[in-house]
Design a protein. Structure first.
Length: 176
């Protein structure tokens, strides 16, 4: 992931107007990777994206909707899981897990909520990996369910990027 973590004077002037994630302003002029690299809450996710070779893709045009697990979410996985996934021989599995957090398009929290309301409180999405995620509205909260039955709460929504949107989640979503 190449990204300049130095902030320009224009970026610093704008910092107060944008959401903070992991102690860093998420500037909508930066792409998903550039912003994630600045979040202290997403260092594990950034390391995983780098190990999987997905940085270039997530810096691309998109748009992407990313359900971004925090470091704490990765720490909740069984001991050794992250280290195992980061091993070169497990790269395909790591790519599958990470791309199961990415949906093509730019879906805001309002989009997810209104689509869920229109479908009885649930909205099914297909991820880049081909796996399914389901947004479930339990007002005022949005939960994202994976195919394995896990549920992640959207703890921070609508972190707009130049190539999509990030919704911070409190759990790692696992494909089947």
């Amino acid at each position: 992931m190449s990204g300049d973590s130095e902030m320009s004077e224009d970026d610093m002037a704008m910092e107060g107007d944008f959401p903070m994630v992991g102690g860093a302003a998420m500037l909508p002029t930066r792409n998903i990777v550039e912003n994630a690299m600045n979040s202290a809450d997403h260092t594990t996710l950034v390391a995983a994206v780098q190990a999987a070779g997905l940085a270039e893709t997530l810096q691309g045009e998109g748009p992407f909707t990313v359900f971004a697990p925090t470091n704490a979410a990765f720490e909740n996985l069984p001991e050794g899981t992250v280290d195992t996934l980061l091993m070169e021989e497990n790269r395909d599995q790591l790519v599958k897990v990470l791309t199961a957090h990415v949906v093509p398009g730019n879906l805001s929290a309002d989009d997810l909520a209104s689509r869920a309301r229109a479908h009885g409180g649930r909205y099914n999405m297909e991820t880049v990996s081909g796996d399914a995620l389901t947004a479930v509205l339990r007002s005022p909260y949005i939960y994202i369910f994976d195919e394995s039955g896990g549920a992640a709460l959207v703890t921070q929504s609508d972190v707009n990027q130049s190539n999509g949107v990030i919704h911070v989640v409190d759990d790692v979503l696992l494909p089947r």
